[in-house]
Structure formats: C-alpha cells, structure tokens
Design a protein around this ligand. Structure first.
Ligand SMILES: [Zn+2]
Length: 237
C-alpha cells in the first residue's frame, strides 16, 4: 500500500467516524422531536378544549341575559294584571303570562343543559392538563438521558473533527480535492477497494489494464461507472 493511499484511507476512516457521530446526533434530535410532538399534540387538544369552554361560557351568558329579559317583561305583565279592569282584559293578560312562562321554562331548561356543558368542558380541560403534566413527568428522565448523550456526542464530534482535520493535511492536495468532491456527493465510503475484478461500490467490472495499475499502486483510479476512488487491498497471497 502506498503512502498516499494509506493517508487517504486514514482520512476516510476519520471522516466516517465523524459522520457516525453526526448520524447519532441526528437520531437523538429526532427522538427529542418525537417527545416534543407528543406534548404539542396534547397542547393542541388543550387549545381546542379551552375554545369549547369559552364558547360554552359565552352561550350560558347570552342565555342568562335573555332569561333576565324575559323575567323582567313577565314581572311587568303581572303588575299590569293587578291594574287591569274587566275580566276579558285580565284573561288576555293571564294568557300572555302563561305563554311567556312556557317560553321561560324552555329557556331555563336550555340554561341547565348549557351550564352542564360548561362543567363538562372544565373537566375536559383538567383532563388534558393532567395528561400534559403526566407526559412531561414521564419524559423528563428520557430527556435527561438524551441530553447527556448529546453532550457526550458533541465532545466526541469535536475530537473526531480535530482528528479528521489533522489527517486531511497529510493527504496530497490534488487527491484531497478529488476526495472532497466525491464526499460532497456521497454519504458513505468514496475510497473503495476492488472486489475481484470489479468496483467494490457499484460492482461494475474494471478493465484489466487499469486493474493492473491499481494493484501496482501506480495511481488512485476512479471507477468509470460510479466515480469512487479505487484501490487494491493488500492480500497475503
Ligand atoms: Zn463503481
């Protein structure tokens, strides 16, 4: 194995280690996002319940105003009843009072229903608030663990980054430029060993003359099909 190749492979090993920490950090970020999503979903339920409660309170208030209005009018009718003269006029007012009372009874029954609805909404809000509190309590240990893992991985990532940078300066500039260009397009290895007569990445056959040169370590050749830098693994044969 040539020096140039071993330095390049060393850089790749360190880049892949760096990538591994990034992948693990991303996985933890996704896990945290999942926990957030559970809470967010419960908070949306809370917003819906709160809005329902507000609407129900408003309906109850409107109903109370209307009922108060009916009662005031009804009082006036009763007062009128005391001052009317003549049985026919009195009978007319009595009829009015009775009809109005039927309306009032209906409205009061409606009020009872709406007031029960308000209580239902209050219970629903309490239930969602309890659910949010339980979620937060249930998640706290998991979040703590994840935060600790993040801190550990961030440290590992800094170390991996420093190791990678140190390895990079050891690689020939032209080869590094090729390597960096390839890496920007691929997330896995870009320096790949021949597998038999083929490229170890895409398994396209490599022409004999190029294989010979690669095995001789004359050049770091690219696969014609997928572009990875090819090399020959040293075997004991
Ligand atoms: Zn290939």
């Amino acid at each position: 194995m040539t020096d140039a190749l071993s330095r390049l492979l060393d850089l790749q090993t360190k880049d892949l280690a760096l990538l591994e920490t990034d992948v693990r950090l991303k996985a933890i970020a996704d896990e945290l996002a999942g926990l957030d999503a559970q809470i967010d979903s419960a908070r949306r339920d809370l917003a819906v319940s709160t809005k329902r409660h507000e609407d129900a309170v408003k309906r109850r208030q409107d109903l109370e105003l209307r009922i108060d209005g009916y009662r005031a009018i009804q009082d006036k009718r009763r007062q009128r009843l005391e001052t009317v003269k003549g049985a026919r006029e009195a009978q007319a007012v009595v009829t009015e009072v009775e009809m109005a009372r039927a309306v009032l009874v209906r409205e009061e029954a409606e009020w009872v229903k709406v007031a029960e609805g308000v209580h239902d909404c209050e219970r629903a809000i309490k239930a969602v608030e309890d659910r949010i509190a339980a979620l937060q309590a249930g998640q706290s240990a998991q979040r703590e663990t994840l935060q600790a893992e993040i801190a550990e991985l961030e440290a590992a990532r800094s170390a991996a980054m420093a190791a990678r940078d140190a390895a990079a300066v050891e690689v020939d500039r032209a080869i590094r430029a090729r390597y960096d260009r390839l890496r920007s397009a691929r997330s896995n290895a870009v320096v790949v060993a021949l597998r038999g007569d083929a490229c170890g990445a895409c398994f396209t056959a490599v022409p004999r003359n190029r294989r010979t040169q690669i095995r001789a370590g004359v050049l770091l050749d690219n696969c014609e099909a997928c572009g990875v830098i090819l090399y020959a693994e040293v075997t004991d044969e």
